[in-house]
Structures are given as structure tokens and as C-alpha cells.
Design a protein around this ligand. Structure first.
Ligand code: GLA
Length: 393
């Protein structure tokens, strides 16, 4: 058991004593994720290519017999307790709404629940777009499953957590984050078809290049952002395209050639949104191939084109993210750079020659600070495994 686990376990005993009366204590770890390419395509039933990070959320959990949910966050030093029969979204509950949402979703799915004591600790920056919320959701779902009498299945549990976020928290997110966290494999990125939910691990093994994630320092909350509005715009664009081809059921069905033929059905913003989604799907398919072939140059070019499209057509970038990308692209040894996640702040992902990484970090830190007065934060980016139990006693 590593040091973080030791601390979590000790905290658990401090907060709950032996209230569990010798019941099983499980320790679960769930990673954050970074998306390599395929942005705002998941809710259009398209393709994405995320990978799990070697940072995330830890949860210690034990059953209690009084149908009460007790949640303690080490990061906020805050305890919230609520009867399972009374799970409601409360803005003042902040972080605790996510675990509550998962238990609500488990109950809705017909699982029989007792009560639970949880201690939670994370090392992902919140609001950085690295899916701290999906990591928390999946860690909680996995812990409840480990203490329950139903089997763990990566896809149904990812969907259950997505429903928790859609219906309880009120964010209309797609399936990418939850599925990446639940199904990731060490050393691989996941190519996911968001329609069939079939996925395939693709080794991240560029000879000389590696991914570097940079946090812009601009935190982004999905709630209250324009995320839901973008979803809506994609639906409106789809409706107009359906007049040309009634067989379309999602923007995913519109290929590049068909889009060029039918795009006069759209104008202004709606045309821009659809154009991004159609070409981004095409880029993901090409990126999947470039990744499998270890072609860093081709992969990087696709990343940069993805950013330009997110900036100009989908319009979810911001000055700080654009600065990070611009500086990166002027730095030697960089194959490509783009914002990652929903946008409106958060992080960029960069594909950089390994022997250029030190100079890259130094250059970005200096120039970004000069331009924005913000200290950029860098995250190591090793493709990690998905949610898992890492201990029990
Ligand atoms: C957020 C959502 C995902 C996805 C991305 C954009 O991370 O949670 O479902 O839509 O934005 O690609």
C-alpha cells in the first residue's frame, strides 16, 4: 500500500472510527483522462481517442447498516451526510453532488443499497478539464460495486455514471470521460465509437515523442458554461441536414463528402458547428492510424488542425488556450498542440520530441507568464489503467 493509501486509511479510521464494526473496507483508484483528439464528437455519436492519466481520485469505502450516505473529502476537509432516500442535488454541496449522483443512479438502476461511509481524496486539479468529476463518479461506482452483489461491467457502469451527471448534476456531457475512466488500459489510448460503444486500446508508443499536458490556470465549470448550448446547436444543425437526407440520425452519419454537398442547408453558426464535428470525426480516424503507426508528425498535424477548428468553428477556445498553443507551435520539437476537453479554459495537450521537452516546458512557462501573468502547470502524461480496486481489508 503506498503512502497516499496509508493516509486515506488513517483518515477513514479518524472520521468513522470502527463504525463499520469490522466490515470490509475497500480502496479504489480512478484516473483522470486527457483526450488526444475528437472533441465535441461524443454526443454526436462520433469517435474519440482519450487516455487515462496517472493521477486521479482515491476512495475508501465501507458499508453501514442505516441507509445513510456519509461522505468525507480530505481535500475540502468537509463531511456531508444524507439519507439514501433523500438524495437531491444541492448547489451548496459542491463536490458531494457527484457521489450522491452515483448512488442516486445506482438506486434508479434497481440496485439494493445499504448505507456507506466514504473518504475521498484526489490529486487532479479541479476545473482543469481532466475529468476529476468522472474519476470521482467511477471510483464511487466501483467501490459500491465491490461492496455490493452485482458484477462490475465497464460499459454499463460508465453509462450509469453518465446518467448520474446528465440527470442529477444537470450537465449534458457525452460518454467519453466516463468510458475512458472505466475502460482505460495501461500504455494505451482508447479509440471509442460513441455510437456502438465499442472500443479498442491503441498503444501510445511514439519512438521519440511524448504527450505533455499543460493547465492554463483558467478553470472551467461545465455547469453554466456554453457546453449545453453547443449540444443544442449540433442538434439544430442535424435537423436541417435531415431535410437533405432523412437517414441521418446524428452528425456522425454525415461524412466529409456528403457535408460538402449538403452544407448549403446550413448557415452561420450552425454550419460552423457541424463542419467542426464532421471534420473532427474524420481527423480521429486518421489519428487512430497515425498512432498505430507511431507517426508523430502526422498525429501532431491532426491535433493542430483540431485546435484551429475548435477555435474558429466550434468556438470553445479562449485567449489563454490559444496563447499556449501558439507558443507551443513556435517552440522547436513540437509536432502539434490543441486544447483538450470541453474548452472554455482547462488544458492543452502537446506532442513533443522527448529530448525537447525540458526546453519546451521552460519556454512555455516563461512566455505564457509574460503574456498572461499566469503560471502554467505541467502534467506528466503516462497512459494509465482504468478504475480498479487497489486494496481491501
Ligand atoms: C466534456 C464532456 C465530454 C465531451 C468533451 C468534449 O469533457 O464531459 O463528454 O463532450 O467535453 O469533447
Amino acid at each position: 500500500m503506498n503512502e497516499r493509501w496509508g493516509k486515506l486509511r488513517q483518515k477513514f479510521l479518524e472520521v468513522y472510527g470502527d463504525a463499520g464494526g469490522g466490515k470490509r473496507l475497500v480502496l479504489v483508484q480512478a484516473p483522470g483522462r486527457v483526450n488526444l483528439i475528437g472533441e465535441h464528437t461524443d454526443y454526436n455519436e462520433g469517435y474519440v481517442l482519450p487516455m487515462a492519466l496517472d493521477r486521479g481520485v482515491l476512495v475508501a469505502a465501507q458499508r453501514r447498516s442505516d441507509k445513510t450516505l456519509s461522505l468525507y473529502s480530505m481535500d475540502f476537509d468537509e463531511k456531508i451526510q444524507v439519507p439514501l432516500a433523500n438524495l437531491k442535488y444541492l448547489p451548496e454541496d459542491g463536490w458531494a453532488n457527484y457521489p450522491k449522483a452515483v448512488f442516486w443512479s445506482l438506486l434508479n438502476a434497481g440496485h439494493k443499497l445499504e448505507g456507506y461511509n466514504l473518504v475521498i481524496s484526489g490529486n487532479l486539479p479541479q476545473g482543469a478539464g481532466l475529468s476529476s468529476s468522472a474519476a470521482l463518479e467511477l471510483a464511487v461506482a466501483y467501490a459500491a460495486t465491490a461492496l455490493g452483489d452485482w458484477p462490475w461491467e465497464a460499459v454499463p457502469m460508465a453509462k450509469l455514471c453518465q446518467r448520474a451527471e446528465n440527470q442529477f448534476v444537470g450537465v449534458q456531457c457525452g460518454i467519453m470521460d466516463q468510458l475512458a475512466v472505466s475502460a482505460a488500459e495501461r500504455g494505451k489510448a482508447i479509440f471509442l465509437d460513441c455510437r456502438s460503444l465499442e472500443f479498442e486500446g491503441i498503444p501510445v508508443a511514439f519512438d521519440k515523442a511524448q504527450f505533455v499536458v499543460i493547465y492554463s490556470g483558467i478553470s472551467r465549470g461545465l455547469k453554466g458554461s456554453e457546453y449545453n448550448q453547443r449540444r443544442e446547436e449540433c442538434q439544430q444543425a442535424l435537423k436541417l441536414l435531415q431535410a437533405r437526407n432523412p437517414k441521418y440520425t446524428a452528425l456522425r452519419d454525415v461524412g466529409v463528402v456528403a457535408f460538402e454537398r449538403h452544407k448549403s442547408a446550413l448557415s452561420g453558426r450552425l454550419r460552423q458547428r457541424a463542419e467542426h464535428v464532421v471534420y473532427e470525426n474524420d481527423r480521429v480516424l486518421k489519428a487512430r492510424q497515425a498512432l498505430a503507426q507511431g507517426d508523430a508528425e502526422a498525429f501532431g498535424k491532426l491535433m493542430t488542425r483540431s485546435h484551429q477548428s475548435l477555435q474558429r468553428l466550434f468556438q470553445v477556445s479562449c485567449e489563454e488556450l490559444d496563447s499556449l498553443v501558439e507558443i507551443a507551435l513556435q517552440t522547436p520539437g513540437v509536432h502539434g498542440a490543441r486544447l483538450t476537453g470541453a474548452g472554455f479554459g482547462g488544458c492543452t495537450i502537446n506532442l513533443v520530441e522527448k529530448d525537447a521537452v525540458e526546453n519546451f516546458k521552460e519556454t512555455i512557462a516563461r512566455q505564457y507568464k509574460k503574456k498572461t501573468s499566469i503560471q502554467a502547470q505541467f502534467f506528466p502524461c503516462l497512459p494509465s489503467g482504468g478504475v480498479a480496486e487497489v486494496g481491501a481489508e
